[in-house]
Design a protein around this ligand. Sequence first.
Ligand SMILES: NC(=O)c1ccc[n+]([C@@H]2O[C@H](COP(=O)([O-])OP(=O)(O)OC[C@H]3O[C@@H](n4cnc5c(N)ncnc54)[C@H](O)[C@@H]3O)[C@@H](O)[C@H]2O)c1
Length: 262
Amino acid sequence: MELGLKGKTVIVTGGGSNIGRSVFLAFMAEGCNTVNAELDEAQGQKVVDQAKSLPGKALLVKTDVTDHKSVEAMVKKTLDTFGQVDILVNNVGWTFDRLFIEKPREEWEKEIKINYWGFINCTRAVLDHFIARKSGAIVSLGSDAGRIGEWREAVYSGCKGAVIATTKAVAREVGRYNIRLNVVCPGVTVPASANDMSKYSLWQESFKIFTPEVQQKATHAYPLRRLGKPEDIAGAVLFLASDAASFITGQTLSVSGGYSMM
Ligand SMILES: NC(=O)c1ccc[n+]([C@@H]2O[C@H](COP(=O)([O-])OP(=O)(O)OC[C@H]3O[C@@H](n4cnc5c(N)ncnc54)[C@H](O)[C@@H]3O)[C@@H](O)[C@H]2O)c1
């Protein structure tokens, strides 16, 4: 399917690791001007360098999605460089699995800041531009945790549920400007190698829990009997961001091998 993404300008937050990295490289392969809005500058640059042979143009902008001023500066830098923004991918997220009653408050606060404030800051920062152009697509990374509630991920589930609900609400408000917002919910999706992880990746800690043995056991909860690969998620993100999905808004798509069937 021709996605018609060539020449579009795309911001991918957290494009240094795992899913964001794969999404960044996929937009580069389509010939997009692709911004890697990443907190880990060295890892972000590594991924930009890996994309050198691809047809798109890459830009790394060190960004902290939890800080609205940093996000606004990143959007301005994108506009100064490429003249417009067509697509935002809200990819950054973070959690550490722990029972609700055992979680320290600082971990909840970190989860809320990164997963929900990060989404709000980035979404808000592109909307004036999208409204002025009467065009734009936002794809946010949710989680099946936000649809069904996942044990040991109570506040993270709440944040991802909030991303889903806020996506629907904003989609209702801005649909009249031809702006679409959708959510992709991965299941467990493990980085292919330690090279594909930033120093801020949730996998730095999560690999201590998701040992190869646990990963193997976890596949039994998936009807397709495997965990996700970053490329599985990138395909769905590109589709929803593209004109091929021009009549789809406010929707949530699980890409999780049937783990949740909503
Ligand atoms: N991997 C999974 O199993 C899984 C499952 C369900 C949902 N998700 C969601 O998918 C998204 C990507 O997951 P992942 O596994 O690739 O995550 P990851 O932690 O490996 O990558 C996140 C990236 O965001 C960057 N980042 C972290 N904090 C940032 C900040 N404040 N500002 C800018 N960049 C920052 C990190 O450096 C990293 O490169 C997240 O939203 C996550 O919640 C992942």
